[in-house]
Design a protein around this ligand. Structure first.
Ligand SMILES: [Zn+2]
Length: 210
């Protein structure tokens, strides 16, 4: 065969091969990303209690708001570890996240300190947290601070039960119940809504790899 014909044949073959490869690339799964949101404490464990305000109630209100907001956020399904004033054991909360195939696990808490002038948002990860958990914590911290207009007290590490899951996970302290101004805000549904919006925004930016 003359050279130009061979080149043309090889070229055609390459086009056919490329088309075949493109046609067989598997599509990414289109189902919603499942995430688990934990309202800290519950039931016999009220968490911090200041002037009659119980942390477990604040945590649950915000968790329910995150779930409700996620319904209009598109491709996201939020499962809560509790939807009432009950106490699921901590490891069972993590087991739930594994069982439903969650992409991540966020635990919502409100803080307490003996000094009432300490106010603001903090996010915690375990001392052995992997880079993905740190990335999640930073995304949530940044978004909650921005949405709530609260003081940024940063991302920190301590030994947490969250070490018992391999999922990306973080614990957000949405404010101090011991800080009078923040305690008032954390009972306000409008402020709770802003905090919930921040948590959701942080999760979405994490999932989008931002
Ligand atoms: Zn707590």
């Amino acid at each position: 065969m003359p050279k130009p014909v061979i080149v043309l044949l090889l070229f055609s073959f390459a086009i056919v091969l490329t088309a075949a490869i493109v046609a067989t690339v598997p599509q990414a799964p289109l189902g919603p990303a499942v995430i688990v949101i934990d309202a800290g404490h519950g039931g016999h464990d009220p968490g911090a209690v200041v002037s009659g305000v119980r942390e477990k109630d604040v945590n649950l209100s915000i968790a329910l708001l995150v779930q409700r907001k996620a319904q209009s956020a598109g491709n996201l399904r939020v499962i809560l570890t509790r939807t009432a004033d009950v106490y699921p054991p901590l490891l069972e909360r993590l087991d739930l996240a594994q069982a439903v195939g969650a992409r991540l696990y966020i635990s919502i808490h409100a803080n307490f300190y003996r000094d009432p002038t300490i106010c603001g948002v903090e996010t915690w990860v375990d001392t052995d947290a992997d880079p993905e958990s740190l990335r999640l914590a930073r995304a949530v911290q940044q978004a909650v601070v921005a949405a709530a207009g609260a003081a940024d007290r940063g991302v920190h590490q301590q030994t947490l039960y969250l070490r018992h899951t391999s999922l990306p996970t973080a614990l957000v302290e949405v404010g101090y119940l011991s800080c009078p101004a923040e305690r008032a805000k954390l009972q306000d549904p409008t402020y709770q809504d802003r905090v919930a919006a921040g948590i959701l925004a942080g999760i979405l930016s994490f999932l989008q790899g931002l």
